[in-house]
Design a protein around this ligand. Sequence first.
Ligand code: C5P
Length: 232
Amino acid sequence: MLNIDPRLIVALDKPTISDAQNVVDTLGDAVSFYKIGLQLLPIGGMQLAASLKAAGKQVFLDYKLHDIPATVEKATRSITGAGCDLLTVHAEPAVMRAAAAGRDNSDLKILGVTVMTCYDDAMLEEMGYAHKARDLVFRRVEQALEAGIDGVVASAQEAGEIRQRFGGDFLIVTPGIRPAGADVGDQKRVATPASALADGATHLVVGRPIHGAPDPAQAARDIVAEMSTHPA
Ligand code: C5P
């Protein structure tokens, strides 16, 4: 039997807390790290986070904070009280610096969401950005490191170049993971678990390929088996 791999994060993208809890119960010992996002945060996601922490799991709070620096700093400070492990903020320099200040000496690690993958070059231009999406990703990784946060969320396609350009001691958390031969769904830029790790990802976020599988625990174990070809 394979060990749990703490690099695998299962996204609890479910409409209710009880649906999310069912996923956690079904996965049991196969998974140790969960992501709670905007769908659950307004309806009890923080209580779910507390119960997952009490059960010995790690928790990624996907808030994607974006506000004036004073508010981001205070929000981050409030969030540290939950004792969770990862928090996302938008990767704007002032936002990232504020989050770094707000987490103080807690163990909460801050991730910058570089450029959301729903934005293409035309949408960025419409929003007034001078950079193309890919260039903006690398600029924001640089700014994340300057701001003193712990890493970034990035697609596997970008992970390799991020690692090459910026080195090896920060987190790269990668969604859009699909086991070889799996349904791609609405993800446009996908990678297999093994290739994402080979490209430099430190953590993989996987949702539907696990909680939508006929046997979710087996799906998680299969992904962990694939990940084991790239030890941490
Ligand atoms: O079900 P699936 O494996 O596609 O879920 C991926 C998770 O990662 C979802 O929670 C989604 O919101 C998140 N995510 C993503 N692409 C990004 C950032 C986050 O799919 N660029």
